[in-house]
Design a protein around this ligand. Structure first.
Ligand SMILES: Cc1cc2nc3c(=O)[nH]c(=O)nc-3n(C[C@H](O)[C@H](O)[C@H](O)COP(=O)(O)O)c2cc1C
Length: 195
């Protein structure tokens, strides 16, 4: 399993989960679900979802675990259902709070209608450090589903083949050691000059 890509998704009724798990399986990467503490099942839950999305409100997320800190992944793939023509408030909340930790992002959105919702990608871009690597808009079980899903995977694989490696933790430690050594030399020189 590759450890430089992470899929993070929210799924209320399983459709986004299905799409993202298929993508994660082909890429051979980790997939993690995020949720908040709001009861989102049933009619009342549906109304809360629409209400949160429309007022662009976000709520605190439940703790979730990833194999590495978010900034260690070369790419984070964020997957969300479309709610009222917008990003789900859960993924919006994740981006708002943790988007700055993600080096590179790609988006998967799922929806029920035939619209493509480019506006959702633009909303998500607001919280990202770098331009999105790839984005796909999927209607599960539509004729084009497999084609667009696979196009997305190809784009991601192409990016990963050319993206520079993020330095591993040991390399950062080595740089820190070099820095400390320089600091020691400077201090010693200062002491010698003072003497
Ligand atoms: C509150 C709410 C609002 C929705 N608004 C839209 C919408 O504006 N356009 C659309 O095509 N689908 C809309 N949907 C349908 C979902 O986006 C779609 O079924 C999605 O694939 C569900 O993903 P999930 O099963 O991972 O939750 C909405 C669903 C909910 C719950």
């Amino acid at each position: 399993m590759r450890n430089d890509v992470l899929c993070i998704y929210y799924s209320r009724t399983g459709k986004t989960r299905r799409a993202v798990l298929e993508i994660a399986e082909v890429l051979g990467c980790e997939a993690v679900e995020v949720r908040d503490n709001v009861k989102r099942e049933g009619t009342l839950g549906w109304l809360f979802c629409g209400f949160d999305a429309m007022r662009k409100g976000t709520r605190r997320l439940r703790k979730f675990n990833t194999a590495q800190p978010l900034d260690r992944y070369k790419l984070v793939i964020l997957a969300t259902p479309v709610w009222a023509g917008r990003c789900s408030s859960i993924i919006r909340g994740l981006l708002k709070r943790r988007g700055y930790e993600m080096q590179n992002v790609a988006y998967v959105i799922t929806h029920a209608s035939d619209n493509l919702y480019p506006i959702v990608f633009e909303q998500m871009d607001k919280y990202s450090l770098a331009p999105r690597v790839a984005a796909v808009s999927l209607r599960i079980d539509s004729v084009g589903y497999h084609f667009w899903r696979d196009q997305f995977i190809t784009k991601v694989e192409d990016f990963l083949a050319h993206a520079e490696d993020i330095p591993q933790v040991e390399e950062i430690d080595e740089e820190e050691d070099e820095f400390k050594e320089l600091e020691r030399l400077f201090l010693r020189r200062g002491e010698e000059e003072d003497a």
